[in-house]
Write a protein that binds this ligand. Structure first.
Ligand code: HOZ
Length: 430
């Protein structure tokens, strides 16, 4: 595979963009090569600027449940171009999207649209503080909630990938409001509440962790968080930026039957366009300006393009509930195929999967928390990634990310990816 144009673009990019990328998570640094520059996508396929074709299992880091350029989304976006792309004023479509989110996400009574998952989590934390009159946030090691100052503490995703434990530039006072605990360790949360229960404003959690690779909650973990938050008057926040509308139509909260007080959503509610949302119990959300004193704002919030993309995709999901069975079947086929191929080649991997989000960890051990994930052989992962890329399979460029199956992946695409994995493992074992 030739990547000359990507290489040339990367050289240019590094002169004018820090590290040549607009987000460190796409820098390919942990996999020992330069990033490829993408030109276009269609269904489950993308093409780079050298014309190389890939089956895409990143899907813009999750939101493209329907694949690239799904006709219902494209048509909805075209209609917006005819009427205007930004007003900084209320529109009918944003009311419809808010109604749809409140209908589909069980714990959400009212919802505020923002521009990204980061804005959503930042705002949710602030509302929780305003509601409780407390300052401390409990978060989990290896969970990532966007680049909010106080949440860049022992975070997953790009920070885990690059080995940055806590971000520079965050005042110690901000980081000091965050209490990082091990994911899936309910004893640690109980002890924290015993010691500091009257200081804890919120517990924020990815109900299925996706930013240290896919790590499901242990049975009972989410319910125990719910019970502790209720007992101590803290706000439970589910960060469903990754799991929302993906692991089930109603997100992880409907899958596990545990209701948070607040939910954060991201790019999935725009079908990949820049948007996010935070919402939940009415009495908490009533603290948000202009009703309450917790300020949060944005000219582009509820932007017509993002809202139209999201409405089209979410309506399509609601009207076609069979999609989730199809995603489950396709992702299970990929999981079984890749695990079988690794076994056959004698390469040790462990897989975690919830619905159509999954990770193959290069370890023989179970992965239940950050400590487990951090023990994986990232060198082997990097080699696997390069082998797969060279065979036209585009995977997340870090052991600490999840891969995503879309409705556009047919059995043939999944089987081709499995065959490529078999070749990749064979070449790694040589
Ligand atoms: N949540 C995404 C990674 N898990 C974000 C990707 C990025 O930071 O660019």
């Amino acid at each position: 595979m030739v990547h000359d144009r990507s290489s040339a673009l990367f050289e240019r990019a590094q002169r004018v963009i820090p590290g040549g990328v607009n987000s460190p998570a796409r820098a390919f640094r942990a996999v020992g090569r330069e990033p490829v520059f993408i030109r276009n996508g269609e269904g489950c396929r993308i093409w780079d600027c050298d014309g190389n074709e890939y089956i895409d299992f990143v899907g813009s880091w999750g939101p493209l449940l329907l694949g690239h350029r799904h006709p219902v989304v494209v048509e909805a976006l075209r209609e917006v171009l005819d009427v205007g792309t930004s007003f900084g004023a209320p529109t009918e479509a944003e009311v419809e999207l808010a109604e749809l989110i409140a209908e589909l996400v069980p714990s959400v009574e009212t919802v505020r649209l923002v521009n990204s998952g980061t804005e959503a989590t930042m705002s949710a934390l602030r509302v929780a503080r305003g509601f409780t009159g407390r300052d401390v946030t409990v978060k989990f090691v290896g969970n990532y909630h966007g680049h909010v100052d106080s949440l860049l503490v022992r975070a997953g995703s790009g920070l885990a990938t690059l080995g940055i434990s806590d971000s520079g530039g965050v005042p110690a006072a901000f980081a000091g409001t965050t209490l990082p605990l091990e994911f899936n360790d309910i004893g640690a949360v109980e002890r924290a509440f015993d010691r500091r229960g009257n200081e804890i404003a919120s517990v924020i959690v990815e109900p299925v962790a996706g930013n240290m690779g896919c790590v499901p909650p242990r049975p009972g973990f989410l319910q125990a968080l719910r019970d502790l938050c209720t007992k101590h008057g803290a706000v439970l926040i589910f960060d469903e930026v990754m799991t929302g509308f993906r692991v089930a139509l109603g997100g992880a909260q409907s899958l596990y039957g545990v209701m948070p007080d607040l939910t954060t959503l991201g790019k999935v509610i725009g079908s990949g366009l820049p948007v996010g949302a935070f919402g939940g119990r009415r009495e908490i959300m009533e603290r948000v300006a202009p009703l309450g004193a917790v300020y949060q704002a944005g000219t582009l919030s509820g932007n017509p393009l993002a809202v139209a993309g999201g409405l089209a995709a979410l309506r399509h999901l609601r009207e076609n509930p069979g999609i989730y069975d199809r995603l489950e079947t396709a992702a299970a086929r990929l999981q079984a195929g890749v695990v079988g191929a690794a076994d056959a080649a004698g390469v040790e991997i462990t897989s975690n999967r919830v619905g159509a989000m999954l990770t193959f960890f290069f370890t023989g051990q179970q992965v239940r928390c950050w400590e487990d994930a951090a023990a994986c052989d990232t060198g082997a992962f990097a080699k696997y990634f390069r082998e797969m890329l060279g065979r036209g399979i585009y995977l997340p460029c870090s052991q600490y990310e999840a891969l995503f199956v879309a409705t556009s992946h047919g059995n043939g695409d999944i089987d081709h990816a499995v065959a490529c994995a078999a070749d990749a493992f064979a070449s790694m074992a040589r």
